[in-house]
Design a protein around this ligand. Structure first.
Ligand code: KG4
Ligand code: ZN
Length: 358
């Protein structure tokens, strides 16, 4: 079984071809640089850039794979949630190919792409506990099967990646902020600034990052003579200490909530053995090492996709598409891309029933 997957839901235009032997036959990815000057993704610019590049990205991917178009069994596209202009570009490209080749189309939930990716790169089995941390989402879920998720907790305000990006912006570290915060934090003192423990006593698996962000803002403002964040001058070591303290606080918060989630998971699914982290923030090696420790302390096996497959890519969409297709879940060509699409909304329907529709 061979699947072509297309990703265009944010600022990466990507395509990949995978097979059911878990081989990545070809892939190609373009990270849009246009947004850097704006300190965040500009939806209109993103959509135009996807439109300009999608054909060459798909062509390049197919060429690299060395396979012929007729050997592809199905075409999958990230069909939401995401920036709708970009999602439409990828979905239209996938539908056009599906129509021209007379192959099925599979609408993949972008979050399911992140969620299932570790099954391609490691030996992860259902059911597993998942921490999904990206630029737009932060959730703790039990993944019971393809399209079958149980959400244990979610952020009540900012996503984890969003918090990294906002802190980086306040420190003028550029966009995306996560990689720069991690780099600076590696030479910083994480005990220098004491930051709050959001929802520490809430007794549930929900998370919050906006209080942490505000606490960091106050520290930064304290460096400005007039209290205006735009007038701060912070030396490199202090910046590194702020980054390290923030990264520590965010990681501690994620680990605390996961500890509770592990208890629930084990109670509900004693046979479950895996803890997985995925999404852009899962690229953070400090977070990965703490999660590994947590998993081992609790008798679970820790898995995460290789760093390059944590942030958005075509491989995860192709793989999720393959898992869906293998179960007989395909979508009609009138499937409407979805700007919002909660993972735990509904289980998929079998082929012929039109799959999950808006
Ligand atoms: O999954 P992703 O590529 O896009 C979304 O679906 O949102 O995630 C992007 C997010 C950004 O917020 C970025 O700052 C964050 O992932 N990120 C990181 C790291 N690399 C990327 N956050 C922390 N540490 C990193 N090394
Ligand atoms: Zn993503």
């Amino acid at each position: 079984m061979i699947v072509l997957g297309i990703e265009s839901s944010c600022d990466e235009t990507a395509a990949a071809i995978v097979n059911d032997k878990k081989e990545i036959l070809g892939q190609s990815l373009l990270s849009q640089e246009e947004h850097k000057v704006f300190g965040g993704v500009v939806p209109e610019i993103a959509a135009r850039s996807h439109l300009d590049h999608i054909d060459e990205i798909i062509e390049h991917c197919i060429k690299k794979s060395g396979i012929s178009l007729k050997d592809i069994d199905t075409i999958a596209a990230s069909s939401g949630p995401g920036l709708i202009g970009g999602v439409v570009v990828g979905v239209m490209a996938a539908k056009a190919l599906a129509l021209a080749l007379n192959k099925p189309f599979v609408a993949v939930n972008h979050l399911e792409g992140h969620a299932l990716c570790a099954r391609l790169t490691s030996n992860v089995e259902y059911p597993y506990l998942l921490l999904l941390v990206s630029g737009g989402h932060c959730q703790i879920l039990i993944v019971k099967d393809v399209g079958d998720f149980e959400r244990l907790g979610t952020t009540i305000d900012d996503a984890a990646g969003e918090a990294f990006d906002k802190v980086a912006k306040m420190l003028n570290l550029g966009y995306p902020g996560g990689p720069m915060i991690e780099k600076m934090a590696s030479v910083g003192n994480e005990n220098r600034f004491v930051l709050p423990r959001p929802l520490h006593n809430s007794g549930d698996c929900n998370l919050s990052f906006s209080g942490l962000k505000t606490a960091v803002r106050k520290i930064i403002e304290s460096y400005a003579q007039d209290g205006n964040i735009a007038h701060t001058i912070i030396n490199k070591q202090d910046t590194a200490d702020i980054c390290a303290s923030f990264q520590y606080a965010a990681t501690r918060s994620l680990c605390e909530k996961l500890e509770l989630a592990i208890k629930i998971f084990k109670q509900k699914y004693p046979q479950g053995k895996d803890l997985v982290v995925s999404g852009g923030v899962a690229a953070n090696t400090y977070l990965r090492s703490h999660l590994k420790e947590l998993a081992e302390q609790n008798g679970l096996i820790f898995s995460a996709p290789p760093i390059q497959y944590c942030t958005d890519n075509g491989v995860m969409i192709a793989w999720a598409g393959l898992e869906r297709f293998a179960k007989g879940y395909t979508n009609e060509l009138d499937f409407k891309p979805r700007p919002r699409w909660p993972l735990d909304e509904n289980a998929p329907k079998a082929a012929g029933a039109g799959g999950v529709k808006a």
